[in-house]
Design a protein around this ligand. Sequence first.
Ligand SMILES: *Cc1c(COP(=O)(O)O)cnc(C)c1O
Length: 901
Amino acid sequence: MKKLKGHHTITHHLTDFHYLSPLTHTEPDDAYSISYIAIALRIHPFLWCIERIDPRWMETATKVNGAAKPKTSDKIPVAAHPLAEDPTDIASNIKYHAQYSPHFSPVKFEPEQAYYAAAESVRDRLIQQWNETYLHYHKVDPKQTYYLSMEFLQGRALTNAIGNLDIQDAYSIAINKLGHELEEITEQEKDMALGNGGLGRLASCFLDSMATLNLPAWGYGLRYRYGLFKQRISKAGQEEMAEDWLEKFSPWEVVRHDVVFPVRFFGHVEVLPTGSRKWVGGEVLQALAYDIPIPGYKTKNTNSLRLWEAKASAQDFNLFQFNDGQYQSAAELHARAEQICAVLYPGDATEEGKLLRLKQQFFLCSASLQDIISRFKERKDGTGVREWSEFPTKVAVQLNDTHPTLAIPELMRLLMDEEGLGWDEAWDVTSKTIAYTNHTVLPEALEKWSQVVMSKLLPRHMEIIEEIDRRFIATIKSTRPDLENKISDIRILDHNPNKPVVRMANLCVVSGHTVNGVAQLHSDILKDELFADYVSIWPTKFQNKTNGITPRRWLKFCSPELSLTITKWLKTDKWVTNLDLLVGLREFADNPELQAEWDSAKMANKQRLVQYIKRVTGESIDPNSLFDIQVKRIHEYKRQLLNILGAVYRYKKLKEMSPEERKTTTPRTIMIGGKAFATYTNAKRIVKLVNDVGAVVNTDPEVNEYLKVVFVPNYNVSVAEVLIPGSELSQHISTAGMEASGTSNMKFALNGCLIIGTLDGANVEIREEVGEDNFFLFGATADQVPKLRKDREDGLFKPDPRFEEAKQFIRSKAFGSYDYEPLLDSLEGNSGYGRGDYFLVGHDFPTYIDTQAKVDEAYKDRKRWIKMSILSTAGSGKFSSDRTISQYAKEIWNIEECPVP
Ligand SMILES: *Cc1c(COP(=O)(O)O)cnc(C)c1O
């Protein structure tokens, strides 16, 4: 077929709207179904293109639209050219979107509209690559990984997409041509905040590395309407508000009305005449796919993050009831569907809350596995039906913590009840497909689900779990009689008569082929303690995969000045995809020229941070003071309380000094940020305390030249992208053995920020890499912690007077009359968890204060500090998520790169 005029516009929309599998509309030829074209034309809001297209298409379009042929106009704009490189063409693409995807009045072209139009023009390009990637994977049929996670903390997408596509300069010029600044319009984007903290951000860094490494690997998650929550700080402390990231729609998601799967809840199990079992009845919701394109850095490969939304179908809308005025009951299932994807981690204090969380988990698992299985069947290369034994050679499923554990019984159910496999065959496939990443050893964070709730919501899955448990016990009894007395600990079901539960981590370890921790120390603790008995059964099942972060978002894009300096001195920008090259900076660490450039790059970042703090808190901070930052979820084990007690102590000492003496100190700005879970009372008290201390210190004319304490509200990825580049010291001070890895420690170290920290999580490896001279270490080690807790219980702990002084100062109401007693009381006494200073703040306080004094001294020597900063960046190569993902690919998933030609 000859190239039709106007076909470009139509294919543009066919591709753009992705209404059907991209496989069906690769090239507009005769095989092109006219109905697809009809869809594309109908959804196009304007009819001007009809003038220029083939009459056959026009006829259809006119029918579909029921509209008359429009008048020809001289001002017909050209369609967008998705692959335009030239700034002028890009500008016209953006204009095209501003005029023809009018989410706002097309008369205005303000920063917000410019953002949406620019985002849509970038999306066109992504979709082009995305379809090519999909087709390529379909043709090659490589083994593919599916990363199942309840959280993805993606942050903003525009800067990242432009950067990964390497079209930054052209876009910058194009936006200028349209009268705006790129930086200003990127600020308009709302964070896609479908995560809580490190675990969710890890998933997002992994997606970036998977695409960059050309790996066939997708993410699966849920499309929460409101994500976690937006944090506001008032006089009362933290307030939570719904985070409305979809308020004005997201240009990055493409709804896939052709990808829908049923997901059942409740019901019962029927035994068929054949003896096989079938889950029937209950209620059935629909899982609708929304795809987010994930571009790799300077590669064509563009992977998917597929997020599920829960819907009820039209049949479930009771028109009879509705017409009878019973509006609520008419749409009851629709309302229940909405609850599923309303928020991340709904409160689980009530039984309803617990049930909702279990529904969310199953919803993710069931929809994702049905999708994976249908893709597996679809990709048979014309040779007929696939063997199920091939499944693990084509599919790897990674469980990001235990939240998606139900993928195990769900895969078993689909294989046995829907596909007709026997138990042994289904078990073989399932256990070769699924691997599990553990993220915590905190006992309260190890998921356990009530057997009663599970049997009610998922009766067939409960049967399957019981059978896995039964078979596991039988194997242990016959092969490992020495473990008989351990069976009650290591089996999956806990039949505690008060509250029988299913232990999800045990189910993962028994069923998965590989279990990994997320830093060396954490993986060692898993093997030596939590999973020690399993190690004796399956010695090779356990691995370490030290976490990583993407150097694109966390250095190149968030700190352009420092990146340019690095590229200049390494004489290459290859470090962006080969972060080990940063060691090359070591030889210049003493070079005064590099030091001067480094200093000025860091200062540019500090200035940006000064402006940000002014904007969001109103506080003026001194760019020449030491910027000391702790940002992460607020949790007692992360010990923000140790930080603020240190600040209180510092304030008290400054007050006691003479003005002359104060002048000899190192001025500091302490910034603390993070969200406290809405029901975690002590964490919220910590937020309040930080704010109260700040209110007093920052308005005290005697000291505020030397100390400021600022609480940075609503910590999220975009806030991190401003804070981290401007940081000089950051605090990673968890009680040793409690932080599995941490990833913000890596982001800070990579940005030339020095760490004050304990030997916990990935701190251990960071210190090894950057050198112990460039790491401010203090505190008890993980192996000392149990004895210290025991001593404490035995009344053997003698508090340092400085610790007593700091607490007493707060008790004296120096920071207001709020009742801090419950918080301070958690540091006293000697009784168990939550009181008796379980997190050993008292034990570590004196060495913390001493080490902070060393930081102050080091900062006075400018040359020494900058050298340490350079060495910190130089030693951060190991912490690229590219390294982590290559290891997962080789050592767990057994997948290979599949670059799009
Ligand atoms: C990296 C990151 C985290 C994880 O921080 P940790 O200090 O490792 O707990 C949490 N939230 C956001 C927004 C992040 O970017």
